[in-house]
Write a protein that binds this ligand. Structure first.
Ligand code: XUL
Length: 522
């Protein structure tokens, strides 16, 4: 039996999924999530982040992520799994977020003391205690400067896969370097969440890989290497502060002595971590262009594999490197579960009540529309939060529930047409993918069958599968991706959610009105 651990360090939680592989026997042996707000209240986060009063600056304490890793490793060690069977570990991080560490980082990491608490020792190695995360939208001015320096939106998207985005790491680094030059000067390394977490596991500086590095506006996407032009336009002397970019299947190192001494782990390979969406691509078993997935998490994302790196002609979506090689296309919506929760809470519902409201109302919502921009929106680009309603009374609880879900599904359909015009099947993942009524709206709006996999933790599963793939490669027995994912990414038994003819027709009729409403306000 061999065990492979996959982590997902996401916005609101850290998840571990362990897969067990023995010949043709394959199963998920362990799955657990640690929610930051509840388990680590001392960091005072709400939904995993610290948000400024005006809502545009959004950060998280990097020490909290280290603390969560330490606790989940302790849970894994006590779970009854045979630690001697763990062959490799990998992970996924929320994309774009950056961690700033001092010149003591490398030597300090190697000397982390198993007799003392982990997180405070890591905190002592940071040059900036908080990390800007993907919800931050405070860098519009920096985006403009970068765009100008790199020849405009289209040129920047051709070079890096995306036009300049507030949450992307280049704009965040530029803001930090210009507003806090001393702290920038004291920063020896800038990690992404993914490479920071991998570094903690190996007790040394871990590399990046093309999947997550392509969320920075700094990587030449075709060359899979840093773009000197983009680096120069971002901040002084940036090249030496960034980790190297290696292949996604690179073994970053071995599990550090801290983990052996503190919790009794044996040696295991640690494979370079990637971003959460690229990891989900693997965890959902997507390998052919034309396939499509929807992830319903803190953010909602629509993504799929892509053969060539052709940027979104509308400039809203992104092309990332795929951790399996090749590329992936993605469109991201900031108002995902946060917006659904805001509507649920505004009408004092629980998720059952939310679903009941969906069942009580009809597809098309009698023309009642909402633009659910509870926080500034990424797609379409909306700088200031503000919910808009059309034909919809705020006091109409069920109407508002249906309106938020329909708006999200219609926005996803419109803004993912550049990825694939017609997907017959959509793979759904993320926390809200357990809700059949919500998935029915997606099936009807896309006129596509929606399937689920046995776990909604596809980013963590993808990480465990990447660990398996890299372990086979490193031991001289490589296997193709179809064989890596076999038995883990087949749709869950039970009926798929099929589009209902009359609902499909209702949305075909409503889509133009929604599109106009969005254009006028976005
Ligand atoms: C993708 C994005 C989000 C985060 C969420 O571009 O910003 O989906 O990766 O963790």
């Amino acid at each position: 039996m061999s065990l492979y651990i996959g982590f997902d360090s996401s916005t609101q939680s850290l998840t571990a999924v362990v897969i067990e592989i023995g010949g043709h026997d394959r199963r998920i042996a362990f799955e657990q999530t640690l929610a930051f707000d509840e388990t680590l209240p001392q960091y005072k986060t709400r939904h995993g982040v610290l948000t400024s009063d005006e809502g545009r600056t959004v950060v998280a304490p990097a020490a909290m992520w280290a603390d969560a890793l330490d606790r989940l490793m302790a849970t894994l060690a006590a779970s009854g799994l045979d630690l001697r069977d763990i062959r490799a570990i990998s992970g996924a991080g929320q994309q774009h977020g950056s961690v700033y560490v001092s010149a003591q980082w490398k030597s300090g990491l190697a000397r982390i003391d198993p007799e003392r608490a982990f997180a405070p020792q890591v905190a002592g190695l940071l040059s900036r205690p908080v990390s800007p995360v993907w919800l931050d939208c405070s860098t519009t001015a920096e985006c403009r400067s970068l765009t100008d320096a790199l020849g405009g939106d289209v040129a920047l998207a051709r070079l890096t896969g995306s036009r300049a985005y507030e949450r992307f790491t280049a704009a965040q680094i530029r803001k930090f370097a210009s507003r806090e030059p001393e702290a920038y000067a004291g920063t020896a390394r800038i990690h992404l969440v993914s490479s920071f977490m991998a570094s903690l596991l190996i007790g040394a500086d871990a590399p990046l890989e093309p999947g997550d590095a392509s969320g920075m506006n700094l990587m030449d996407l075709a060359a899979r290497a840093w773009s000197r032009k983009a680096l120069d336009a971002t901040a002084p002397d940036l090249a030496r502060r960034l980790p190297p970019i290696h292949d996604s299947w690179t073994v970053a190192g071995e599990l550090a002595p801290y983990w052996h001494r503190r919790y009794g782990f044996n040696s295991a390979k640690v494979v370079t971590w990637t971003g959460d969406n690229p990891s989900s691509l693997i965890g959902l078993g997507l390998h052919e262009p034309g396939q499509l997935a929807i992830s319903l998490g803190t953010s909602d994302t629509v993504f799929g594999p892509m053969a060539t790196p052709d940027p979104d002609p509308d400039g809203a979506g992104h092309v990332f490197g795929s951790p399996a090689g090749g590329y992936m296309a993605l469109t991201c919506f900031a108002n995902g579960s946060l917006a659904r929760e805001r509507v649920r809470d505004a009408y004092r519902l629980d998720w059952n009540g939310f679903s009941a409201a969906l069942r009580r109302t009809r597809a098309g919502n009698s023309g009642k529309l909402m633009l659910p921009w509870f926080v500034p929106e990424i797609t379409p680009h909306v700088e200031r939060a503000g919910v808009q309603r059309s034909n919809l009374d705020e006091s109409d609880a069920a109407g508002n529930v249906r309106a938020v879900v329909e708006a999200q599904a219609m926005a996803m359909r419109i803004h993912s047409a550049w990825i694939t015009e017609r997907a017959k099947t959509i793979r759904a993942t993320g926390g809200a993918a357990t809700n059949d009524d919500l998935l029915q709206v997606i099936a009807d709006v896309f006129d596509a069958e929606v399937v689920r996999l046995p776990t909604t933790n596809s980013a963590a599963l993808g990480a465990a599968l990447r660990a398996y793939h890299a372990d086979r490669l490193a031991s001289g027995h490589p296997i193709p991706w179809t064989e890596v994912v076999a038995g883990f990414t087949d749709p869950a038994p039970g009926p798929a959610i099929r589009p209902l003819r009359k609902n499909v027709a209702a949305y075909e009729a409503l889509l133009p009105a929604y599109r106009t409403f969005e254009r006028l306000n976005g």
